[in-house]
Design a protein around this ligand. Structure first.
Ligand SMILES: Cc1ncc(COP(=O)(O)O)c(C=O)c1O
Length: 372
């Protein structure tokens, strides 16, 4: 089976640890263990026996995850190595060649690549900039047919930072219900809202829903590689065997640490840290974007440490991103990676001084391009 290159992930993994300024991340500056572990937890980690973890997640961890989804049992949860493994397992286990699936766009392109590789007919559901990156609900109604097998959404969205309205969520649920389609909702940015209002989950809105989440974005812990799937018990039971063919189980250290992170007091502290970073840094990025001589147009993001800005220079976005890497040692994600040229996705989750230093290098390039 052939697979398309996942361009964004490849560019990030090539450059993120090489450049002076990495402004390509969509989450906040990651935490260290000493920032949240108490002495008993440190002792527990130090004495952990490094065996295999329970492959679907220890019952203790799944009990912590279950607290986030009212009314569910731990049998409805599958622990995965990041939300990316969760997405992979769901696409792999549900898609047959020829299936018709709907994919929100722009978006993190993992599911897009997988759906196409598994032979699905993928229909994009566009978020419209003219609607503040909301979907056009009439368009959505026309997209869903009796053949629609899965509707995938990323909410809050990457790269736009937009959050679906209640009306849009209800419309998606009603349409899915009408044709019996599954909803796969990637909610990994839930909890990273600037206004501190937690994005409502699709969980509980309909019986054919899979929710994906993890600790990489709102919790600032991508290095733990913790994700999970929540779904109906029989659907989780039939997804688990696919896990046996990928990572078997995430690391036991990540299982234990995830349980500690999700304990109410730690969780609250960590999510507060994330929202504080977002609220401290966003105004700085926004005023920088506005200062760039009319080059940028953008809709303020509601969530995620990302701002998707359109620019009016005559240069392709990959060319511009590569110029910034090679001439300024700054990494920014080009719009091409979301199939939208003439946009850049700025990450505003790093330490503020670092972000500003990176932006000032970008500014030098923009000035020259504008002048020429
Ligand atoms: C929407 C979305 N889902 C999943 C992922 C993968 O994250 P992870 O595997 O670290 O949880 C990303 C990463 O950027 C993302 O933006």
């Amino acid at each position: 089976m052939k697979i398309e290159h996942f361009e964004m992930e490849r560019m990030q993994s090539t450059w993120e640890n090489v450049v002076d300024y990495n402004l390509s991340e969509s989450g906040v500056h990651p935490l260290t263990l000493e920032e949240f572990l108490n002495p008993e937890e440190v002792k527990e980690i130090m004495t952990e026996v490094l065996g295999y973890s329970q492959t679907n997640g220890t019952p203790e961890l799944r009990a912590e995850i279950a607290k986030l989804y009212p009314g569910i049992s731990i049998e409805q949860i599958l622990f995965t190595a990041g939300s990316s493994e969760a997405n992979f397992l769901l696409m792999w286990s549900n898609i047959e060649p020829g299936d018709e699936v709907i994919f929100m766009a722009p978006n993190y392109m993992q599911m897009w690549g997988l759906m196409r590789a598994f032979g699905a007919k993928v229909k994009p559901l566009y978020l419209r900039e003219s609607l503040n990156w909301a979907p056009d609900l009439d368009e959505l109604k026309k997209l869903v047919t009796k053949k629609t097998k899965i509707i995938t959404v990323t909410n809050p969205n990457n790269p736009t930072g937009a959050v679906l309205s209640q009306e849009a969520m209800d419309t998606i649920v009603n349409l899915a219900q009408k044709v019996g389609a599954w909803i796969v909702a990637d909610e990994v940015y839930q909890g990273a809202e600037r206004n501190r209002v937690t994005t409502p989950s699709f969980w509980g809105k309909y019986d054919k829903v899979f929710v994906v989440n993890g600790l990489s974005k709102a919790y600032g812990l991508p290095g733990l590689r913790v994700g999970w799937i929540v779904g109906p018990e029989d659907a989780i039971k039939r997804t688990w065997p696919y896990h046996d063919y990928t990572t078997i189980s995430p690391s036991i250290l990540s299982d234990t640490l995830a349980r500690m992170v999700l304990r109410a007091d730690n969780r609250e502290k960590i999510l507060k840290r994330t929202r504080d970073i977002l609220n401290k840094n966003y105004p700085v990025l926004e005023s920088w974007l506005k200062k760039q001589d009319g080059i940028f147009h953008f809709i303020p993001p509601l969530a995620g440490a990302i701002c998707f800005a359109r620019y009016n220079l005559k240069m392709n976005s990959t060319e511009l991103a590569e110029k910034l890497i090679h001439e300024k040692s700054v990494l920014i994600v080009p719009g091409d990676h979301f199939m939208m040229d003439h946009y850049l996705r700025f990450g505003y989750g790093p330490e503020q001084g670092y972000m500003l230093a990176g932006l000032s290098r970008v500014e030098e390039t923009l000035r020259k391009l504008k002048a020429s």
